[in-house]
Design a protein around this ligand. Structure first.
Ligand SMILES: Cc1cc2nc3c(=O)[nH]c(=O)nc-3n(C[C@H](O)[C@H](O)[C@H](O)COP(=O)(O)OP(=O)(O)OC[C@H]3O[C@@H](n4cnc5c(N)ncnc54)[C@H](O)[C@@H]3O)c2cc1C
Length: 355
């Protein structure tokens, strides 16, 4: 069976981002790479959005970028600006196409559907397949979004809605998220933060329909795209082994309080590329410990007091948006962390520390 210097298991966001980063920095000129990806074909399946706090390789895959956003709870709306760190949405269809076209140019790179097709005993492995064990206490961010096209212009494409909590909470945390790509096209997503043990939360289609018709008051629209997913708000069980590094969700690149993963994947890819010559001895790349600690407390509060979370999110954004964005994007300094912490209801968070 054929052998390769590097094997990437899973050609999704993390696997392809890493392969692309290695390729464009000429790290695969004299090295061979196998990418193991079972999906029969690549097509748009996700919309990756984030505040652009760092450069990345995919500006040409950005579907839309915004400098304004809003967050609301019943009867209150907060309008915020994010000029310093625009919010970008990447179309996964464009991302897959761009990367696959580039990788095809290098004959050192091969694609396989299953790991059984190659010998991996002398390879360095980058694995992006998470090991998830069922645990009824674990929290998930689960969601479904549809891109709709309206007959008449309806949306203000200059401002997106990050969280609209003016909806049924069903003893969990629930909000809608709306990304207006043009005046008549937008992604409308229903999002839950929960243990995913209440199947009634998964009637996504009716939630979305109800929100579009009764809340946004749009009558005439067509669904042109749909995506669905569940992001674990806990670290998967993958561990680092000799000659193997976990990447993406499997590698702990998700910010557990928010589900944001895309930019962390890009930073990890860059780190691997910079250290590729001595990758076996490189230090483990992880989200800074202070965020792991703060997110852990945040999620304990969320589990115990889901009914308070809409207010907590709303209050958090009362700090300057730049500070909140830096905090949520792992870029904040000590004083900025403090500003966010001071916006939180103190006793609940202090109690959660000792739970
Ligand atoms: C619908 C959706 C929307 C999201 N939106 C955002 C967002 O807006 N912003 C953000 O920051 N994050 C977002 N995320 C979270 C995160 O960025 C994505 O999940 C991202 O795709 C994670 O990258 P990954 O490579 O770890 O996993 P994936 O992209 O899922 O890649 C894993 C790959 O492994 C393959 N695979 C599975 N089993 C095997 C196997 N046995 N052998 C080999 N390959 C296998 C899969 O086919 C897949 O291609 C979203 C997640 C989802 C699901």
């Amino acid at each position: 069976m054929k052998e390769f210097d590097y094997v990437i298991i899973g050609g999704g966001c993390a696997g392809l981002s890493l392969a692309y980063e290695l390729e464009i920095h000429q790290k695969l000129k004299n090295k061979t790479l196998a990418i193991i990806e079972p999906r029969p074909e690549y097509k748009r399946d996700k919309t990756w959005s984030f505040w652009k706090v760092a450069p990345h390789n995919f500006d040409d895959c950005v579907k839309k970028s915004w400098e304004n956003f809003s967050i609301n709870i019943p009867n209150k709306t907060n309008h915020l600006e994010c000029k310093d760190y625009p919010y970008q949405s990447i179309d996964s269809g464009l991302f897959y196409k761009k990367i696959n076209n580039k990788l095809k140019e290098n004959s050192n790179i091969s694609f396989f559907k299953s790991i059984e097709e190659i010998s991996k005993k002398n390879s360095f492995i980058f694995n992006s397949v998470p090991i998830i064990k069922k645990n009824h206490l674990n929290l998930w961010q689960h969601f479904c979004g549809v891109e709709i096209e309206t007959k008449n212009d309806f949306f203000d494409e200059e401002i997106f809605n990050l969280m609209d909590f003016d909806c049924e909470q069903r003893d969990s945390v629930h909000f809608f998220y709306t990304l207006p790509f043009t005046k008549n096209k937008a992604l409308v997503e229903t999002t839950w933060l929960s243990k995913m043990n209440d199947n009634s939360q998964k009637d996504y289609d009716s939630q979305i329909k109800n929100y579009i018709t009764n809340h946004l008051k749009i009558k005439d629209y067509e669904i042109i795209y749909k995506e669905e997913g569940a992001i674990p708000l806990f670290y998967p069980f993958n561990v680092r082994e000799k000659n193997k590094i976990n990447i993406g969700t499997a590698g702990g690149m998700t910010r557990l309080s928010t589900g944001y993963t895309f930019l962390n994947i890009q930073k990890h890819s860059k780190y691997i590329r910079e250290n590729i010559e001595n990758i076996s001895n490189s230090k483990k790349f992880e989200i800074e410990k202070k965020y792991q600690f703060l997110d852990d407390i945040f999620l304990r509060v969320l589990k115990k007091h889901p009914e308070k979370m809409s207010d907590i999110f709303f209050k958090m954004f009362k700090a300057s948006p730049k500070t909140v964005i830096k905090f949520l994007s792992n870029k904040s300094n000590f004083f900025e962390d403090l500003k966010i912490i001071l916006k939180m209801p103190k006793w609940i968070f202090i109690k959660a520390l000792f739970d």
